[in-house]
Design a protein around this ligand. Sequence first.
Ligand code: NAP
Length: 553
Amino acid sequence: MSTQTEPRVADSDEVDVDAVVVGAGFGGLRLVHELRQLGLSFRVFEAGTDVGGTWYWNRYPGARTDSESWVYCYSFDRELMQEWDWPERFPRQDHVLEYLRHVADRFDMRKHIQFQTRVTSAVYDETANTWTVGTDHGQTVTCRYFITAAGILSVAYQPPFKGLDSFAGKWYQTSSWPKEPVDFTGKRVAVVGTGATAVQVIPVVAQTAAHLTVFQRTPNYVMPGRNHPLDDPQRTAIKRDYDAIWEQAHKQVFAFPMDPANRTIADVTPEQLHQVLEAGWEAGGFRYIFETFDDLLIDQRCNDAAAEFVRNKIRAIVKDPVTAELLCPKTHPVGGKRPPLGHFYYETFNRSNVSLVDVRNNPIEEITPAGIRTGTDEYEFDVIIFAVGFDAVTGPLTNVDIRGAHGRTIKDDWATGPKTHLGIAANGFPNMFMILGPQGPFANLPPIIEKQVEFVGRTISRARADGCDRIETTAEAASAWADNCDFLLNATLLTQGTTDHAWFLGANIPGKKPSTLFYFGGAGGYFAELDKETDAEFPGFVMTATPQPQPQA
Ligand code: NAP
């Protein structure tokens, strides 16, 4: 258990607290630990009534992680790692939430968090070198460091359909699901969307609904999760091997504890190709992508083979050939949209109470009092579930009125796409740090969060040690990083998904300019970049001391 002293006042009289943190999810809680280590005073604002972030809001039926539990957690405290028992390979939302609650209680973090409070603005004052943070309660708090940990998928894309208010039944958005259970028994239910969220919802709702109709615009490559409970010997082995597991995860492209396949498509015969893909498919989760062929996301022939393999699995699982063919993705490569993990997803379409409606060329025109109307048909429902996605990555920042040293908003600065240094800092926004800001790695997020938080801690420590209180990334560093992100993305096959509304390119929100929202150089490469920046004494940042006001003569 930590025993650090808890400073109550800010270092300087000019601010209320040294740091304000936005969000009490994985990132915000990890920041509490770090800021305490630094001896800074801080306050965390959280919109929910409890900690958890993503895992607080997304409590829809079927919600669970797509990362294996033993690396979907913190590694900063060995005792925490040893005492926590994960029940399953891919834990349910309530288990992840329970874990984060445990962390908050165990490390006595709640006293720093003001719940049910949304940060609405943050304005930098160049003369005073302070941020003034405003909330939806009309509060203002001044601070030196403004640190966002608002998640990448926390601003929902609102259902874009006219007539929604007229619907006589009930409708829900997966990203703000009610706390009390929703009963679908005997109900005619619609699910709109077939992304990672809908893929989790559909098999669960199908079990109780009278009839479930799935509205699909773009089919996905859904990998089988192959989830299973963890027994005591498995948990003991994980805890014994934690050091090796995390070391492996810190090197792997997606921050998973997996070794490279050490194999490309050029190394295998057609027979071996099939065997390798079959083994990856059966291993479950993202092992199909990362443990089969190292060139799967960069070589067209390899990706084509992996895509056709999935299509043939769909055709083998789904009995109705018309439905099977509709479920087959054909317009983007594997990875061109973030592949969902399914738990009996394709099998669900063999149920007699489940049907699929293709709305790619026959879009949803409107929501009517009775249900959903496409260009050609009208369907009647008691319940509609919208799983239509998020204004991802930039949305959680551009939806807050954040104004930098030049007086411009971050929304204006990023109108044609974000530019950040390391996904953590933006030029023109001194002393603002972003956990999971744009152009960070596309990867399993808890390890990324931990490394980014440690980097922010190191940066602030270094500035303070030098007597500096203003830290700003340079325009050159941010441009170079953004160019690097463009270059790395273009070296993959992933941009082929742009036309298919991939959220990780910002292409799913009408009017949002598609841009490079992630660093595709791999988690291991990213961690090396963070270390390089630290070892080279932060060349991408300018650290200065604010001139003290001179006493009047
Ligand atoms: P998403 O991947 O953006 O999927 C949104 C779905 O809504 C898509 O199928 C989309 O179709 C559909 N849609 C949007 N507008 C539509 C319209 N006007 N008409 C018909 N369909 C429409 O969002 P998501 O499923 O919430 O997932 C987002 C991300 O959250 C995932 O990729 C993943 O990274 C994360 N997530 C993680 C987990 C986990 O780790 N356990 C679980 C769930 C989600 P198009 O494809 O044609 O745009």
